[in-house]
Ligand binder design. Sequence first.
Ligand code: KG4
Ligand code: ZN
Length: 334
Amino acid sequence: MNPTILAIESSCDETSASVIQNGHVLSNIVATQAIHEQYGGVVPELASRAHQQNIIPVVAQALQKANIAKSELDAVAFTRGPGLLGALLVGCSFAKSFALGLEIPLIEVNHMKAHILAHFIEAPRPAFPFLCLTVSGGHTQIVLVRSHLDMQVLGQTTDDAVGEAFDKSAKLLGLPYPGGPLLDKKAAAGDPNRFQFPIVNMEGYDFSFSGIKTSILNFVKKNSAADPEFVQHNLADICASIQSALIQTLMKKLVLAAKEQGIKEIAIAGGVSANSGLRATLQDYSKRYGWNVYLPAFQYCTDNAAMIAMAAHYQFLAGDFTDQYASPDPRLKV
Ligand code: KG4
Ligand code: ZN
């Protein structure tokens, strides 16, 4: 069976559709919602409305770019969770109607597993078992991946996600939303050793990122009291130092997991895997520890439907379908 599947992603602020045929991604259309910029973060209600507006043109473009007619589709897939309920509902309802109209099966996909399976869109593909550090705006996890469909979370954040830490740090420094990529850019010209921020070491493979925000807040307050222009004048060094602390916090646990699990196949996934500092650090550690490191292509780091399509492909082959009673789960676990 060489399935042709239409996949929909609508968990947060990107409306995306992709067509995959026999495991090859034919199209991946992503509509980013600019509306949230003026609010300094994603506004759930506005995200749902924008998905509602975007979804039909995005799906039409995905089919057109793939040169696939609706009648050629074998299944429709959608993101069931985790994510924002109202946003997920748009993709889920659309997929259900589409499947009903075409009389084809439905596939529900876990967004976090899909981030990991983005590694199977293009070569080089990791060999099983591998460890994946999944780092996004909502999650920070170390996942043991035994097969395309068999994954186990070894450790995760006990409070904020690392993407959230990037975004909130950027906000405290006065950078506009979305802060993570901007902080990354500023950090490129800075000295990561100039300032010290906490590198929190939790039990086992777990993480904590809420403390770093408080420490940045105190740092900014203290230094700005003496010199109101302190942040502007030292922005690159501050960004580089914060980024370095966040990356070292992640790497400590990744190194521990790799050592204890005896695994040298190491991947990263999720929005923060676009971070240039994290990518460079992984390359560096690959030499130091003899790891084979897998970094997703930039277009597959942040939210996209191609990764949902890739997950749906493997689920289709395994006969893992859902039905018209499917509903989103904002807190869906790996
Ligand atoms: O996976 P994603 O697109 O959406 C979620 O599922 O959360 O991840 C978005 C997160 C945001 O926190 C964003 O700031 C962060 O990924 N991010 C980055 C970079 N690019 C995206 N953080 C640091 N450096 C980057 N270059
Ligand atoms: Zn995501």
